[in-house]
Write a protein that binds this ligand. Structure first.
Ligand SMILES: Nc1nc2c(c(=O)[nH]1)N[C@H]1C(S)=C(S)[C@@H](COP(=O)(O)O)O[C@H]1N2
Ligand SMILES: [Mo]
Length: 241
C-alpha cells in the first residue's frame, strides 16, 4: 500500500505538470505581487520535486514535509479563484477570496501531524470555521457528510457533518500569520486539526454536502476514514493540542 509520505514517487504524472505550471506563470503575467510570490515559489519547488532520484517527499522549513499526489502544485489566479459550497445546502455558494475574508474569522494554534509520524507543534492558522461556512449556507435535512475537492483535480477528502461542526475544523487561509503558501495549499486548505493531516486537503475548491461519506483519496487506499490522531491507523500518538 502506498504511504501518505510517498505520493510524489507513487502517484507522479510526470513532466507535463511542471511545464503546465511554468506556462501558467507566464500567462498570468502582471497578475499581482501576491500571485507572483505564490507562483514563483511553486515553480522552483516543482522542479525540485520532479527531479529524478530525489526523495519522494520534500523537506520544508519548520519540520513540514510537502506532499502532492500529482507531483506538482496546481496553478490558480487569486482574482478568479472560487470556493464552491454545493449539494444539500439552502444557499449554494461560490465565494471569491474577498468573500471568504468577509466571513467570521477564527484563529487557532494546533499541532500538525502526518500519519507517517512527523509532527509540527503549535502551528497558527486562521480562516473560517467549517461550521461558520455551514451556517452561512444552511444545511438541508438529509445531509450527513461533507465531500471536499482540490483544484489539483485528484485529491479528495471527507468528514461527517458531526465532525465538521467541531470547533477545530477550519477552512484556513493563513498560516504563521501570512497567506498560505502554494506548497502548503494556497489559497485555501482545510485544517482538520484533531485528525491526521491527510484529512487537511490542500488547494481546496469545493465542499459538497452529501447524504453519505465519500471516502477520500487515501481512504480508498486503505487509511482510516475517521482519522483521529492517536486513535486511528493503528497509531498511538498523543492527541493534538
Ligand atoms: N491536495 C492535496 N492535499 C493534501 C495532500 C496531497 O497530496 N494533495 N497530502 C496530505 C497529506 S498526507 C499531508 S501529511 C498534508 C501535508 O501538508 P503539507 O504539504 O502542507 O505539509 O497534506 C495533505 N493534503
Ligand atoms: Mo500525510
Amino acid at each position: 500500500m502506498a504511504e501518505p509520505g510517498e505520493q510524489i514517487a507513487v502517484e507522479s504524472r510526470g513532466a507535463p505538470v511542471g511545464r503546465r505550471i511554468v506556462l501558467g506563470v507566464a500567462a498570468l503575467g502582471a497578475a499581482g505581487v501576491v500571485a507572483g510570490r505564490w507562483l514563483s515559489e511553486g515553480v522552483s519547488s516543482v522542479v525540485a520535486s520532479t527531479a529524478p532520484g530525489l526523495a519522494s517527499v520534500i523537506p520544508a522549513a519548520g519540520g513540514f514535509r510537502i506532499y502532492t499526489v500529482t507531483g506538482g502544485y496546481p496553478e490558480f489566479d487569486p482574482a478568479t479563484y472560487r470556493l464552491t459550497v454545493s449539494g444539500l445546502v439552502d444557499r449554494p455558494a461560490s465565494w471569491s477570496l474577498a468573500d471568504i475574508a468577509e466571513l467570521p474569522q477564527t484563529q487557532m494554534t494546533k499541532d500538525f501531524q502526518c500519519v507517517t509520524g512527523w509532527r509540527v507543534d503549535d502551528v497558527p492558522w486562521s480562516g473560517v470555521l467549517l461550521r461558520d461556512v455551514l451556517s452561512a449556507c444552511g444545511v438541508e435535512s438529509g445531509a450527513e457528510a461533507l465531500a471536499f475537492t482540490s483544484f489539483d483535480g485528484v485529491y479528495t477528502e471527507s468528514l461527517t457533518l458531526e465532525q465538521a461542526m467541531r470547533d477545530d475544523m477550519l477552512v484556513a487561509t493563513t498560516m504563521y500569520g501570512k497567506p498560505i503558501e502554494v506548497k502548503h495549499g494556497a489559497p485555501v486548505r482545510l485544517i482538520a486539526a484533531p485528525m491526521y493531516a491527510y484529512k487537511s486537503i490542500k488547494w481546496m475548491d469545493g465542499i459538497e454536502l452529501t447524504r453519505t461519506v465519500q471516502p477520500g483519496y487515501w481512504e480508498v487506499r486503505g487509511y482510516d476514514i475517521d482519522a483521529w490522531v492517536g486513535e486511528s491507523n493503528g497509531r498511538t500518538d498523543e492527541p493534538v493540542v
